[in-house]
Ligand binder design. Structure first.
Ligand SMILES: [Zn+2]
Length: 134
């Protein structure tokens, strides 16, 4: 094997350093891509409109609303949920919702978007009835 000159060594090391830098750049790109993908997955999970209990699409059935934190904590104390339709939330808390259960988020305004009959009913109910009014 021929002996490498100093210049050849320098070129060789220069090349290796270049490749190392390229690999590091590639790796950083991959990390950035992975990070973005993770954020997208999280965003989709946050946006997923399905009721955690019955799996119905709460957008399709027009049941997008926000209840007060205490009530949601009560409903999800023993079993986590991302979203619940009115029926499943009521099943969990063992009673019908009334207007006092909703917070003052704009989504709860009657004029905001479209709402199912039972959601409209609950948003305006002063007190709950014994019979389910689905
Ligand atoms: Zn449900």
């Amino acid at each position: 094997m021929p002996k490498l000159t100093t210049l050849e060594w320098e070129l060789l090391f220069g090349d290796i350093r270049c490749q190392e830098q390229e690999l590091e750049d590639d790796l950083n790109d991959l990390w950035a891509t992975a990070e973005n993908a993770k954020e997208e997955v999280d965003a989709i999970a946050d946006y997923a409109p399905y009721c955690s209990d019955c799996n119905r699409d709460t957008n399709v059935i027009d049941e997008y609303y926000m209840v007060k934190d205490e009530l949601w904590e009560q409903a999800t104390a023993t079993q986590q949920a991302d979203k619940l339709c009115i029926g499943c939330l009521e099943k969990r808390i063992g009673r019908q919702l009334t207007k006092h259960d909703f917070n003052d988020a704009p989504v709860n305004e009657l004029s905001y978007g479209t709402k199912s009959d039972r959601l409209r009913n609950r948003l305006t109910a002063e007190a709950y009835h014994d019979t389910a009014a689905d």
